[in-house]
Write a new protein. Structure first.
Length: 160
């Protein structure tokens, strides 16, 4: 009894199994130009609304750079996740915006909307120890400033 004779079929073998993880996102590069270029003039004039108040990208960058310098940043340790450097709480950031941004006129609702938009829409703060990037005005919600806080000067980002 010859089971294999005349019954050979062509089988395609894959050299290696397909990757289980999703593909990496495209490389992100930010191009900063000198002050004399037309792009900087455009960035300076382009407004971003935070809590319905207009700000330019350089103003937001300066505001968050100042917050980073003035706030008490500290390492925070989460079980199984590790230690995160230069953290602050949502409550601390909310209080800093309330006390230091005169455009918000010490209005709690405006400050909450602005902090939420900076975190969730503009993606300038990173929530650590939790999934997602929701802003919470709480003493147990920890955040870090994203590295792009200093590079927020230009709204255009090249994806390559």
């Amino acid at each position: 009894m010859d089971k294999g004779k005349g019954k050979a079929t062509e089988v395609d073998f894959v050299a290696s199994p397909p990757p289980l993880s999703p593909p990496l996102p495209p490389k992100l590069t930010v191009t900063l130009s000198g002050p004399e270029s037309g792009k900087d003039a455009k960035a300076e004039s382009q407004k971003v609304l935070l809590a319905a108040l207009p700000f330019t990208y350089p103003q937001i960058s300066a505001l968050l750079t100042r917050a980073k310098a003035e706030m008490s940043l500290r390492p925070v340790r989460f079980p199984f996740l590790g230690e995160y450097q230069d953290c602050f709480t949502g409550e601390e950031f909310f209080g800093w915006l309330l006390d230091n941004v005169s455009e918000f006129q010490k209005d709690l609702d405006i400050v909450l909307v602005a902090a939420t938009e900076l975190t969730e829409r503009e993606d300038l703060l990173r929530r650590v120890g939790e999934f997602g990037n929701k802003f919470d005005n709480a003493d147990d919600a920890f955040y870090q400033f994203r590295p792009k806080v200093l590079c927020v000067l230009l709204p255009t980002v090249d994806m390559g």
